[in-house]
Design a binder for this molecule. Sequence first.
Ligand SMILES: NC(=O)C1=CN([C@@H]2O[C@H](COP(=O)(O)OP(=O)(O)OC[C@H]3O[C@@H](n4cnc5c(N)ncnc54)[C@H](OP(=O)(O)O)[C@@H]3O)[C@@H](O)[C@H]2O)C=CC1
Ligand SMILES: O=C(O)[C@@H]1CCC=N1
Length: 266
Amino acid sequence: MAEGMIAGMQASGSLQNGQIYVTNRTNVDRLQELQERYGITAIPQEKVEWHSMDVIILAMKPKDMTAALIDLQEKVQRGQLIISVAAGIQNEQIEHYLPDNQPVVRIMPNTSSTIGESATAIAPGTHVSIEQLTLVKKLVRTFGEAFVIEENQMDVFTGMAGSGPAYFYKLMEHFEETGVAAGFDRETARKIGTQTMLGAARMLLETQEEPAGLRKKVTSPNGTTAAGLEALNEAGAGEAMTKAILSAAERSNEISEELKKQLLTR
Ligand SMILES: NC(=O)C1=CN([C@@H]2O[C@H](COP(=O)(O)OP(=O)(O)OC[C@H]3O[C@@H](n4cnc5c(N)ncnc54)[C@H](OP(=O)(O)O)[C@@H]3O)[C@@H](O)[C@H]2O)C=CC1
Ligand SMILES: O=C(O)[C@@H]1CCC=N1
């Protein structure tokens, strides 16, 4: 996810390469790769001048978050803005490990940040100033659209947009397989699917019409789309989408509960 954000930030031209630093715990080759690919500064953790960073973005797996925060306790400056992209980890849980009144913001991007098309949620913690929130919005907009939400909406946002690209890729896999099985070569089947998905998404964005209205315009009485939609309904496609979003949201909540248990022991 970090690479996706870096790619989007860099391509936006809003940030200079010299403004972006990236680090990790162990994988030196990965750092080298990121530095070569994006022209940013990739350095081992011990060489990071933490005090000179305007913003520290935490993009490790939720399971690695507690250790990372404990490590950060000594390094973070008072008032320094901390952004977390970790699914399921609440601002309060992050604040718990950091000095009093540390400004913390949770964001939930998705991998479409790579091409500047993420739908990213922003949920500020309790110690974030208006200026800092403005800065986060500006940063997030370098890799897509920003949605400022209440933190209690974060689990469901994660189910919708954080995980969302995977649902559409999964649909595309089926779309493509069906085309291939019917005799199209894979490349053509993928292009047909991609253009169809892109066209539908742009119609929604550019016409501002209701999805149901656009659907009706495709659906001739007793025609092919009606047959296709009936099959989708019979297979429970609508319910499946709702279930996917809610299951992901539930998992986000579970991750938060798992961290709460760790919190009791540290
Ligand atoms: N993948 C996605 O689509 C999305 C992911 N997220 C969130 O982003 C986070 C990362 O996910 P993802 O990119 O898939 O995971 P990855 O495992 O690909 O990346 C995690 C990175 O964190 C590094 N890391 C772990 N601990 C530390 C530490 N203490 N200090 C510095 N670096 C550390 C790891 O490197 P090393 O092991 O070398 O330290 C690794 O490069 C998760 O919290 C996830 O919930 C949010 C939205 C979407
Ligand atoms: O699968 C995950 O947990 C992460 C968070 C949202 C998307 N990917």
